[in-house]
Design a protein around this ligand. Structure first.
Ligand code: SF4
Length: 78
């Protein structure tokens, strides 16, 4: 899955939402989240993010590692 990280917080540009072919990017209070089971790893969202907040799961920067859990937890809590 792809993961949305810290740069999205309080930005929520939503360019990625329009790009996602399976509509698996959801809006939370302060950021957007990618549904880990619905994402098909197409990568289309990553280059359109104006703040470069989207990473493939293996490429999430070390200092943002907790955002992997935030993305998963957002959907657990729904
Ligand atoms: Fe959607 Fe593709 Fe981005 Fe996954 S990688 S969130 S399927 S646009």
């Amino acid at each position: 899955t792809y993961i949305i990280g810290q740069p999205c917080v309080d930005i929520k540009d939503r360019a990625c939402v329009d790009e996602c072919p399976v509509d698996c990017i959801y809006e939370g209070k302060r950021m957007l989240y990618i549904h880990p089971d619905e994402c098909v790893d197409c990568g289309a969202c990553e280059p359109v993010c104006p703040v470069e907040a989207i990473y493939y799961e293996d490429d999430v920067p070390e200092e943002q590692a907790e955002y992997y859990d935030y993305n998963v937890k957002f959907f657990d809590d729904l």
